[in-house]
Design a protein around this ligand. Structure first.
Ligand code: PGA
Length: 260
């Protein structure tokens, strides 16, 4: 696992957007797995700026969703499908035809989960998966004690996650209890995992993820099992890391030809 400590969220967004741009130059039709929440917004802003201001061509990029609420009506502004279309797909000048995600309003949720895992595999797998981290250590919506081998399936949100996400709704009662999420086993199949965490509220979860044991109780610690996982953290989110100085020195001494 590579840990990169950046001064602030904007620098994290720039670094990760540059890695996505490099990927799309190497592989113009790459499948990019995106995350929702507040943390990844600087990545999407930096990427959209590159599209506007450079000759980066993202027209063949494909975008896929990490997780989705269950039970919100189709087109609900806070369904993650709507959020990804609004925050990622449209600003990049792409359309829904470049986008895939699980159907959180399906009558048969189990079938929708299976269909999504199959669709990801049929698309050739995810090239780069962006991840946030919950204050409880979740990735996607894999809450504590999710199987490290799990596939896309329905999960029940912890109360902590519902409270964390209530800011996107009118009140806590509106936050769904159930979600579809790519499983941890599904996420680990992506070729490159890039987790961004910013702010002091994520410091404990980051420290457990990076320096704690691999454990289902901290789902993000499964990144330790991946051969190409990058954890980008700002100073506040890095504040619980015992090896922070080592991570800084490693990054500073990294050969310029190596990207994240
Ligand atoms: P946040 O969400 O970026 O809004 O903090 C992260 C997550 O829950 O994965």
């Amino acid at each position: 696992m590579e840990i990169v400590i950046v001064p602030d969220a904007a620098a994290g967004g720039e670094l990760i957007a540059a890695a996505i741009a490099d990927l799309l130059i190497r592989k113009p039709d790459a499948l990019l797995g995106v995350a929702t929440g507040s943390t990844p917004l600087p990545i999407y802003e930096a990427l959209a700026t590159k599209v506007r201001e450079t000759d980066l061509d993202v027209s063949r990029a494909r975008i896929c969703q990490l997780d989705e609420y269950v039970g919100l009506p189709k087109g609900h502004p806070e369904s993650y499908r709507s959020v990804v279309l609004r925050e990622v797909v449209e600003p990049l000048g792409l359309t829904e035809s470049s986008f895939m995600g699980p159907d959180g309003s399906a009558e048969d949720i189990a079938a929708a989960c299976l269909a999504y895992d199959q669709a990801l595999a049929a698309a050739g797998g995810v090239d780069l998966q962006l991840l946030g981290i919950g204050t409880d250590g979740h990735i996607g919506f894999n809450e504590p004690c999710s199987s490290l081998a799990s596939r896309t399936r329905i999960k029940t949100l912890t109360e902590r996650t519902r409270v964390d996400n209530a800011r996107f709704f009118n009140n806590l009662d509106e936050v769904p209890h159930h979600v579809i999420t790519q499983g941890i086993g599904t996420i680990l199949e992506a070729r490159h995992l890039v987790l961004l965490a910013t702010g002091e509220g994520k410091a404990d979860a980051v420290a457990l993820t990076v320096e704690g044991p691999v454990s289902a109780v901290v789902p993000a610690s499964a990144l330790q099992l991946h051969p190409h996982a990058t954890v980008v953290v700002d100073e506040a989110a890095a504040s619980g890391l015992k090896l922070a100085d080592y991570f800084r020195a490693t990054w500073a001494a990294k050969p310029s030809w190596q990207s994240i």
